[in-house]
Design a protein around this ligand. Sequence first.
Ligand SMILES: [Zn+2]
Length: 121
Amino acid sequence: MKEIELITERDQIMSVAARWKKHFYTRHHGSGTYLWGHVFGNKSSEEIYNRLVALDKTTATAEDVDAIIGTTGEVSFFCHICETVKTTYIQFADSEDDHDSIEICCDCIQKAAKIAKGPHD
Ligand SMILES: [Zn+2]
């Protein structure tokens, strides 16, 4: 069963460092040790992580995060239903398997709710 949760832009900023680490600090297939992967321009993924950790996430903006990473989109959300970039969305997440989550923007949820509410036969 999945939990239904509202994810705001602030939530995404608050979780950005942890999500970054999860994505780039991964177990090496051969040795089994954890290593930082990928290098972005002249910054390493570890350096970016350390800067994300140091960021005051209660006041930081999406632009602050983008400036550290060097690309946009880490704290925005692309809705695959309406194919639009949004800042807030609804997440249907399985607490036991975080790969198995579904994200839909609030506008699409409202549209779906309207259809579900009816009238229909
Ligand atoms: Zn949408």
